[in-house]
Every structure is written in structure tokens, then in C-alpha cells.
Write a protein that binds this ligand. Sequence first.
Ligand SMILES: *[C@@H]1O[C@H](CO)[C@@H](O)[C@H](O)[C@H]1NC(C)=O
Ligand SMILES: *[C@@H]1O[C@H](CO)[C@@H](O)[C@H](O)[C@H]1NC(C)=O
Length: 984
Amino acid sequence: MARSSRRMSSWPISYLSILLLLFFVSPAVMVKHHDFKRCDQSGFCKRNRALADSMTEKGSPESSPYQLDAASIKFKDGRLDGSIIKSLADGDAVKLPLTMTFLDRGNVRVTVDEEKRRKGEIELRHGSVARKERYDEAAAWALTGAGLQAQTTASMKKVSKDVTEVSWGPSGHFKAIIRHAPFGVELWSGEEKHVVFNGRGFLNVEHWRPKVEKPSVDENNTEAQPAEPTEDESTWWDESFGGNTDSKPKGPESVAMDITFPGYGHVYGLPEHTGPLSLKETRGGDGNYDQPYRMYNSDVFEYELDSPMTLYGSIPFMHAHRKSSTVGVFWLNAAETWVDIVKSKHDTNPLTLGLTGGVVDTHTHWISEGGLLDVFVMLGPTPEDVSKSYGELTGYTAMPASFAIAYHQCRWNYVSDEDVKDVDRKFDKFNIPYDVIWLDIEYTDDKKYFTWDPLNFPDPISMEKQLDETQRKLVVIIDPHIKNKDGYFVVDELKSKDLAVKNKDNNIFEGWCWPGSSHWIDAFNPAARAWWKSLFTFDRFKGTQSNVWLWNDMNEPSVFNGPEITMPRDNLHHGNWEHRDLHNINGMTFHNATYHALLERKKGEIRRPFVLTRSFYAGSQRSAAMWTGDNQASWEHLAASIPMILNQGVGGFPFAGADVGGFFGNPSKELQTRWYQAGAFYPFMRGHAHIDTRRREPYMLGEPYTGIMTQALRLRYSLLPAWYTAFHEAATDGHPIVRAQYFVHPSDERGFDIDDQMYLGSTGLLVKPVTVEGGESVDVYLSDDENYYDYFDYTTYAGGSRTHKIDAPLDKIPLLMQGGHIIPRKDRPRKSSGLMKWDPYTLVVVLDKHGEKAEGTLYVDDGETFDYQQGAYIHRQFSFEGGVLRSSDIGTKGAKTAGYLKAMKGVKIEKIIVVNAPAAWSSAGELAVSEDGFKGERKVEISYHAATGNKAAWAVVRSPGMGIGVDWSVKFPESASSAPKTEL
Ligand SMILES: *[C@@H]1O[C@H](CO)[C@@H](O)[C@H](O)[C@H]1NC(C)=O
Ligand SMILES: *[C@@H]1O[C@H](CO)[C@@H](O)[C@H](O)[C@H]1NC(C)=O
């Protein structure tokens, strides 16, 4: 939750009343633009855009002053080393060490450093003790170390005196063509060029230089004055914004480069922004932005929609996509980063005079304040390939505890332990399932984390025990700002152990946040992380027990009185790195420290931690879930949440959700109801509300709303097996949990702009939430030539590039099942997901349009420990083919497999529903089941329901009783391919 009323209360009354007045005059809340920089208010962004403009004017990169020194090139074991020479106007030259590493799967990494800074041969101004090197530790935080092995079979050849070529991958399928002067790289896959570096000449590495004090105008000196400086140095040596001055002891040091995707019309990614999934152009023009996408993790109060402004988290990773090909770019830099995007259209054939529409190239320009130039390219060719490669590098989504993907109930604030118990009882009274209740900052004693408000929370343990009776959990908030108050043990230890972030003078940094004057833990410091861990043990964090988990907010970090509401860039972290160098990683080191602190709070009790974070970076998926911060209770925010969450999937951090109902403001009952229906398809589903809003727990609304929201929640709970399986795919292959149209249908160009419908994992479930007031229907686009069936009544919709209008009265979620899938569910209503653990499964077999085939998977484990890493899980492939439905094992056995299977022995399949069941089954009556561990076959009953109107035929097998963890097959009657074809 963002700063808000609390901050205002310290302002002068007159200011407050003006604000209140404004508030009543215009009810729409507005972001404070003046708090955050535009490109032209950020020295390095402005300088790099100006360079781009001048290069564009010249129309060719020839004047780019960067040249690869041919004599410096060394190539060994898949790695090229060399020096790029930057020639300066005065005839001097700067040496920039280059490495290119050729990796598996058509991935390549290119890094450029600066020799002088690396060797420490520079001087810092203002007596700064900061490190002199370009920041080179982003990789250590973001990468796991996997996927970095060079392909030793890569080979290099000199094509001409000015061009070097490296081929790698299977039979040299991938090629890097390296132009020496100016330095540039083309990346080819097969016969096609996919990615070009510095093709427009925007490469820029701002080298270190001493500050030359300009001679004061000397009226006595009649000799010629030095020429006017050719460059505008006004933002090189210090820079002010909003009354704060950045001392910039290292001078200018930005890195930037253009990256072009020839023939690619769409780029996706760069979370976190509020615009459409397919990223917009940023250099002005009709419907475009006039600002680059900015990444500088910030606490943006009342953020606006459809904007390239920065938000709380940053992932500098992008998919470029065109029909049947996807490539990825990962710009591994932790400093403030801006990305410009422009597209150009050209004809491949000059004779068509543009009549055929031509080809679109997408040009991107990446600009960072400092650090190494370190960039990965993944040549795909499918979105799955690119996501997998990126996941291999930065880590896959951590397998969550199973409760974490159920419903969370939050509000700022549940005011007392009695309040929490009361809400808990009411959920049960109204038969509404939920798993987790949350406490925002007010539970603490005076905003001192690790303490409880003694008046309102006198007995947290009894509250937690009540929750535990239904296997529910409690999440409490703990932020990185530590109240600066003598006698508060946490701040006393933070200071005495010297574990806080320092200011530019190397003294403890002090700023303002919720508790007032505060200090910030420096989670870059291993000693700070070890200390943090010690605070969470049950004997130290009194009032907590095993069912308490964590929420890390404000970790951008939010500093109410800091520049752009965050820390000064010249603050110092562990290792004397300046804050500017690692700003975007700061939030991740904090939530990761919390994750590690929660792994084992009591000796021997190791559980998968749950941590929610607001700030994030590439790699955050390994230890947290995220939410989209402080949204608003408006239809527009509901609609915007869908592309935002889809984009988290592109960015490899798919465990994402938006505050259901909207944080600021009071949603209408209709809006809140629609939001629960959409939220049931967020990977992370939490209802949350601002302190000034009315209570809005689902039972507060009354009928029909309460009932409809309860149905949405029951749908979520019934599909938890499918969700958990989708999380497992994210955890092993890096695929998004909810997927965008282009990801699922990468060769259908008509879907590349679609970002308001989502697929749940690879289950074939397609949802299109209603996001407009009074909406009574939605238009769903169906790409492939397959039938889709309404989830609830099996109405059939034909695919094949068709758009269908689907009725969606308030009580209906437009949810379809793509033919050819098998979806696992658990249909018994329970109070919490924990109570569903031993419940039987239902399998929904959605046959393809020929009524012949379907397949699906199911992943199950204990949902709380790490035993799955030793084989304690069930992973099944279900397939229907040739009239036989089969379950087969696709897991790998480990030490704990047998024990787990034994524990799960009693968990059975209680129902099979077959949608689009062939007419030949109508008279079947009985089916034969064979199951591992049982001799011979047994008979089960099938009942058949004929197609009516547009509704597909369906059949039900009740109580077939096969174990979920064993091989089995069910024989359906021969259908002689006489499947009914539903004509529409
Ligand atoms: C210029 O010369 C005058 C007279 O010699 C001297 O007083 C003054 O300090 C000089 N100014 C500068 C800027 O050197
Ligand atoms: C997470 O914490 C662990 C344990 O302290 C540490 O080894 C690792 O480097 C941290 N990673 C990140 C991304 O903060």
C-alpha cells in the first residue's frame, strides 16, 4: 500500500484543504507527474535520445565512433573476447572490453565494459568512497548460473577484414555476423536475420573523464578562449530534480544501444507498465507515447493507466514476435533504464508500391544510467523456447505452497485479533471459501515491525490457532524501513551491527516512511540477510507460529521525503556500490531475504515460504509472488489488470495478481462482482482495500452479489488442481501461468494484439472476463480450427479465426474449454484448500471436434514441503485416443516417491465427464476399467446426454474409483468416427 492519508496529515492544513477541495471537484484520482522524471528531465536519457536523433538524421550508423579492434579478437571454446575502441573528438581513444558468449538453444550474451573504470584508474568527486567500476553484480543477483555454459563447438571465421562471423548451435544453425567498424552485430537463425545491434548507431558508453573546471572569464587574458564545449555538460556532474540534488561522484556513465527486430511487428514484455500487452511506439505520433518505457522501481501514488511511466517493479526482458517466430532480449542492467520503441514499415518488393502492406521492423533503444552493457538474445523460435531460455537463466517460478494459489482476504486494516476472528467466522457462516487473511501495517505497535499492537492484538496466537482449525493462514506485513527510535530492538541491532544503507557520506541513511524517521536494511549485505533471518524465528518474532507468512511492501524502496519518493542515487550499499547502480534490484534482495528467513523458523520445520512483494526484478519469481500495487476501484483498472498480468507472464514472473475490487475507492457491487470473476483467473488472487473504504468482504454485499462472488470463488477452488499444474509448468519450463493469445497461437497474426482474454496454463481453458459496466456479453476470438465449449453448459463455438459473442449476464463468467484437453478438478466445496487435500478428483475430458482425442496433465504434491524435490509427487499424463482414456506416469522417481504414493493411495477419481461425447455411446451403459494393482477389469456405469441445440453431447462416468497416482485405462465404446458435428 502506498503512502497516502498519513503523509498528507503532516502537511499544512491549508494545503490539505485545497487538496480536499480538488478531490471533491474532480473525483478522479491522479498520479503526481511532477514527482517523477520524464526523459528530458533525466540527463542520461535526454543525452541518449539526442544522440539517437542526430544519428537518425544522418540516416546511417557510419559515424558511430565504436570500432572493434580486429587485432584484439580472441576466440576460444565458444567465447569471443576483444576490445571496442571508442574514438573521441580530441583524437583520444577509450578501450571497452567486449565479450560475446555463444550459449545453448541459440542464445548469445554480449557484454561491454570500460577498461579505465574496471582498473579503478578514475577519480571520484566529493571525496566519495563509492566503487569505481561499472556495476557488474546484476548478474550475480538476477541469474541462477544455469544456461551460461558456452558452446564449445561454436566456430569463428573471418569473412573479410571488416567482418567476423561466428556460427553455433546444431549444424551451425545460428550465426552472429560481427561488423567491426562501426561495431555492430546481426544475429541470424537459418537463412533469416532476426536481431541487429547498433544498426542505427545508437551504441553509447559514456566513458569516464575528469571534470575540467572551466576557466573563469579572465578579462586580463587576451589569448583566445577555449572553444565552446561541444557537449552539454549540464547534467554530467550533478543533477537536481524536485529539490533534491544527486552528487554524481562518478560523472556520466550511461550505456545504451539500439536493437532492431527486422520483420517483427510486435514486442511484449518490460513489466511493469499499465499499457497494452503489445508495447506501443514511444516517439510520439497518433496513439503512441511520447516517452520511453521507464524502469526505475518507484512508489507511484495513484498510478495512471495506458502509460509508459515507471511502476514498482522492472523486468528488462522483451519478446519480439512475428508470425511463427519469437525472439527474446534481456538487458541485464539494474540501474534506471528507459526503452524507446519505434516501428517502420517497408516493402520487401518495390514493385508492389505498398499495396501488400509491407513488412514491419521494430526498433528498440535501451538506455541505462550506468553499469555494464550486458545483453542476452534468445533466438527462439517459439514463445515457449524463449520463455524457457529466460527461465533457465533467471530461474523458474518457485513452486508455491498450495494455499498460496487459493483466495486471500486482505484489507488495510483488520483492526484487532477479534476482528480477524469475526471475519473468519463470517466466511464460514456464509459458506465462502478462503485460505488466508492479511494484516496491513496497523497490527504493529507503532509501526515497529516484529511487534504487535498490545491493545488491539493482545493475543495473536489464539487468532492464528482459530485460523489453523480450518487450515487457514495469516499473512502480516513487514517492510524494509525500520523505525528510528531508541529502545526498539530491531533498530538498535540494525545500527549496532552496521547493517543499514548508508548515505553518500558513508553515514547511516535516514529518511521518512510509515514510522516517521527510519533506516533501511541493506539486504545486499550477507550479514544483514543472516540477521534478518534471525528475527523471524518463532521465539524472536513473538506471536507468530507456522501458519504465519509475509508481505513485503514499500521495497522499491519507498522513501517519502526522497527524490522521486525513493533513495538518493548516491546512497551507498554493501561493497560501496552506489544505490543508482542497483536500484532496480533492491526490492528483490529484500523479499528474497524474507523468503530465506522463512524457510526454517523452527529447527527441522522446513516449509515453502510465501512472500508477496511489490517491488521486483528479473529473478524475483524464484522467491515471491507480486501484485500490481495500489490500483483503483474502477472499471478501467479492472480491464488494465489483464494485460498487466499477462505481461508478468512474458516477463517470467507469472505469480501475479491485482487487488481484487480495487485498492482506492469503493467499487459498485457490480464492479466488485465482476472483479471477483476476473480475479478467479489471476495467478495470485487477493481482495484488498484502502483504509478509507467501506468493508467489502464478499458476504457484505448481499444477494445476488454475495452468491455470485461465492460461485466465482468456488470455481477457483474447484480448478485448483489445474492451477497447481500450471504453476508446475512455470516452475519447470518457465511458461506463463496465464497465457496471451500470441503465446498460445503464435502463427495467427489476428491474435497478436489481443490482450483481454487469457488461457489457463495448457489446460485449454480460455477466459474473457467482463470488464465494462453493464456488460451483458463479450466477444471472444477463437484462433485455431477447433471447437470450444462453454465451461458450464457445453454450448459449442467453432474456432478457425472466428469471433463469437458470448452472453455474460452478471452471474456468468465467459469461460470456454478448447477441444482436445483433459482438465482436472476437485468439486467438493470446502472452507479452505487445505481441507481439500484428500478429496477425490473429477476429470473433464473435452474431446476435439472429431470426438476422438484429448489430453491433459496433472501435477500433485504435498503442497507445503520440499519433498517433491526427492520425488514425492504425482505427475500424470491423461490421454484419450482410440476410445481409451488412460492415465500414465510422467514423473521421475526419487527417494520419497513410494512413500508419497502410499500416502495418496486413498485419493481417487470420483467422476469423469466427457464433453462432445460420440453418439455411439448413448446406448453403452457400462465401461471396462483396468487399473494397476487390480486383477482383470471392472465395470463402471456411463450415462449419456444427447446434444441439444448448440450444446454438445456429454457423458458422465460416476465413481470410477481409480487411484490418482496409478496407471489405469477406461475403455469407451467404439465410435466409428461418428462424432456429431455441431453445426453453427
Ligand atoms: C587582472 O589583473 C588585475 C590587475 O593586474 C588583477 O588585480 C586581477 O586580479 C586580475 N584578474 C584575474 C581574474 O586574474
Ligand atoms: C537470496 O538469499 C540467499 C540467502 O541469503 C542468497 O544466497 C542469494 O544470493 C539471494 N538472492 C537474491 C536474488 O537476493
